[in-house]
Ligand binder design. Sequence first.
Ligand code: SAM
Length: 206
Amino acid sequence: MNATGLKEICQRAMDIGMGIDLTDCPYGETTGPCSFVKRPTKYYFFLAGFVRLQRLTHVLEIGTNCGGSIMSIYNGLCEDDITVSRLATVDIIRKNDEGFKKYPFIKRIQGDSLDGGVIEKAVNFFDKDIDLLYIDSLHEYGHTKKNIDIYSGKLKPRYVVLDDIRQCDDMKRLWSELEKQFGDNAFDASDVSIRKGAGFGVLRWG
Ligand SMILES: C[S@@+](CC[C@H](N)C(=O)[O-])C[C@H]1O[C@@H](n2cnc3c(N)ncnc32)[C@H](O)[C@@H]1O
């Protein structure tokens, strides 16, 4: 796989994602200027399309918030894959119980993703190596790197996706190191996923 290959996959994923209905996956509460976003954000379509295109079935998300991203990932599953799929999401806080009622299939784990008990629960939930590790929690260098190291070491994902790679100096530094390490298997998908400001990075891990 070369850089063009990963870029093409990401472009195609966004095209496919834009055709997936995510109307019941609003972002919800934010810490930004708008305190509640009633619609899905653009990168949700990317995530859903990526899952559909690559037929991903085993996904771990770090950073649930209201669940919009993991619900979008669920909506990206191919129909035939739903029963064999495993989706889990971790957050220190628990929000949107009402919205999650429609998604009983998604495993929610409450706690700090770096806590030993939480790591054990998340890892034991999966019956095999995972397809996607999606990290969108505290956007600090050490925190994000530890999450990558721990979960990729234990669950050997095919892909790692990082949100907010342009958001702050810490995330820019981490992404630049990963680009050097992964070369053609790292793609800055910020433009493709219409996340130019905050940034969105895709790594082909496995
Ligand atoms: C940006 S939000 C996630 C947004 C969500 N992925 C989406 O796209 O809809 C970040 C979340 O990370 C959670 N978080 C922060 N530190 C965490 C930690 N140590 N372990 C687990 N979750 C954490 C926060 O509680 C917050 O809900």
